[in-house]
Design a protein around this ligand. Structure first.
Ligand code: OOB
Length: 549
């Protein structure tokens, strides 16, 4: 492995760790494209993938991925090239992802909700050669995003639309007779496979380089832990570019076990309940606010959900009272998942006592995951005390892609990722998430970097200063509230939202609540008292009959 040359901007695990993970059998010598061929040879005629228009067997999925890989290769896309992928939940997302794995190009997993600001920032950071996007999704026409990306990113050679387009090439134009595997440059198992996005705490989304070996392990070990098999039918309800539905165990884990992945375009009960009934879905993953919506929907919906055996919930804090209702109302087991795109995954186990499943976020996936809980000085806390979670292990990154200065403050000298999450460990070794120290708002599982929004608000000519705070919210877990001091002008929430939309900020990052103040409340040491602002936001919201979420 020592003679392997890594691309600039990628920090691999230290060589000693690589050998340990390899020896322990965690890292296997196969890239994810080869894994798909392996699964196709094992599970050939099983159904692998289902969406509104497709029902593909493992052999068909394998073949289609090879055809698209050949087409992309013929168009000049090569190993190490980046391809910005912004597709909704559909079969072509999976075919494309495996096609890129096969040629060693790196998909950058953008979300359908992203708008100009993130897309342009990603293009500038990663310099992708291609951008694959839908024609329309949920009423939004993506053509203008394509125009903006093309105008601001000179590296982009191909804009590829999955659907109808008069302007750009369509994904179906890249269909080609498969090329022999030797022609395509086969990536090594230790090479980067894909770039996931981090919610981050700063203005630009951070890119998380996951390798073929670590991501295959992530998915396969998760599938084993969740007991997936050829009988499993996984419903991809959350956006598929996110780590949770992609590989925890999600799409990749289900395929590793010979099961069927069913795509739901949206996660609401109106679309997912009929799919659970008709496709006999056995397992799916949700964020807590969606789980709550599903619970409420059961009050009037009587779809047959009896096939559903396991509901995974993660991404943000799950209220134990909500957790307690899952099995009685939905008739399936609950599994809590505390994960991060940077790596570490904690799961409650299927045979854990009920109180563990309801009150904790489980324990690490791998016996080689190292987790420590430290105080603000970086020293381990006493057993059972709360502190910051730091971690290192066989599928946790050692650095963000091309982010030297950020890496210097986010990783310790001995290679641990500082998660910014406040946790405590129970005597049995389960983790309980108590809060966080990172400047981030967790809105229904979607992460908002406080600094990014504050920076845009500060650029507004009438805003003198601003502070964005997370406010506890029954529906979203947390909503964002912007406090502003203005030069006298009166502001309404929708003005702010128009302004931020215009700056290319996606809806989920825009404030849900606005409060205008004349001065900042200060703590005894003279910092802005954010706790007081949060209390004020709650009070002011309670006084309004309808709150503007
Ligand atoms: C998942 O991944 P990310 O990268 O979107 O967000 C990670 C962060 C964690 O650092 C933590 O702050 C929060 O999301 N989080 C939770 C949580 N799961 C994640 N906070 C409280 N309780 C939980 N159960 O969110 C993610 C990745 C893979 C699987 C599941 C979730």
């Amino acid at each position: 492995m020592s003679d392997q040359r890594y691309p600039e901007g990628f920090i691999p695990a230290p060589e000693q760790d690589c050998s340990r993970y390899k020896q322990a059998g965690y890292w296997q010598e196969r890239n994810l494209g080869q894994w798909l061929s392996h699964w196709a040879s094992q599970y050939g005629s099983n159904t692998a993938l289902t969406d509104q228009q497709h029902r593909l067997s493992y052999q068909q999925l394998d073949h289609q991925a090879s055809r698209l890989a050949a087409g992309l290769y013929q168009a000049g896309i090569r190993q190490g090239d980046k391809v910005l992928v912004q597709l909704p939940n559909c079969a072509s997302f999976v075919i494309l992802t495996f096609a890129l794995f096969r040629i060693g190009a790196w998909p950058i997993m953008a979300m359908p909700a992203h708008r100009e600001k993130d897309i342009v920032a990603l293009c500038q950071q990663a310099e992708p050669v291609a951008y694959v996007l839908p024609d329309r999704f949920l009423g939004y026409d993506y053509h203008s995003l394509a125009d903006q990306a093309r105008a601001s990113c000179s590296s982009l050679k191909h804009i590829i639309v999955d659907g109808e387009t008069d302007t750009w090439l369509s994904l179906s134009d890249f269909d080609h007779e498969p090329l022999p595997a030797e022609t395509l440059s086969q990536p090594q198992y230790t090479d980067v496979a894909l770039l996931l996005l981090s919610g981050g705490t700063t203005g630009t989304p951070k890119l998380i380089p996951r390798t073929h070996a670590d991501y295959a392990y992530n998915a396969i070990a998760s599938a084993e832990l969740c007991g997936l098999s050829e009988q499993s039918v996984y419903l991809a309800a959350l956006p598929v570019g996110h780590n949770f539905p992609l590989a925890c165990p999600g799409i990749l884990g289900t395929l590793s076990a010979g099961g069927n992945v069913v795509m739901a375009r949206t996660p609401g009960s109106d679309e997912t309940f009929p799919l659970i009934e008709s496709e006999k879905v056995t397992v799916t993953a949700l964020v807590p606010p969606l789980a709550q919506l599903w619970l409420s929907a059961r009050e009037w919906d009587d779809s047959d959900l009896s096939s559903l055996k396991l509901l995974q919930i993660g991404g943000s804090r799950l209220d134990p009272e909500v957790a307690r209702q899952i099995t009685p109302v939905l008739g399936c087991k609950l599994q809590q998942v505390f994960g991060m795109a940077e790596g570490l995954l904690c799961y409650t186990r299927l045979d854990d006592p009920e109180e563990v499943v309801i009150n904790t976020q489980g324990r690490p996936l791998s016996s080689h995951d190292q987790v420590r809980v430290v105080n603000s000085a970086g020293h381990p806390v006493q057993a059972g005390e709360t502190g910051e979670l730091q971690t290192k292990g066989p599928y946790t990154i050692h650095g963000y892609y091309k982010a030297d200065s950020h890496n210097a403050t986010t990783f310790t000298a001995d290679g641990f990722y500082q998660s910014g999450d406040l946790v405590r460990m129970t005597p049995e070794g389960n983790i309980v998430v108590e809060g966080r120290i990172k400047e981030q708002i967790n809105r229904a599982g979607e992460k908002i970097a406080v600094a990014e929004v504050e920076q845009l608000l500060n650029e507004h000519p009438d805003i003198e200063s601003c502070v964005l705070v997370p406010v506890p919210d029954e529906r979203l877990g947390e909503r964002s509230c912007a406090f502003i001091i203005t030069s006298g002008a009166e502001f309404y929430l929708h003005h702010l939202q128009y302004y931020l939309s215009d700056k290319g900020l996606p809806r989920y990052k825009q404030p849900d609540q606005l409060e205008q103040v004349s001065h900042w409340p200060l703590t005894t040491v003279g910092k802005i008292d954010k706790q007081r602002l949060i209390r004020q936001a709650l009070q002011s919201d309670a006084q309004q009959t309808a709150h503007p979420v």
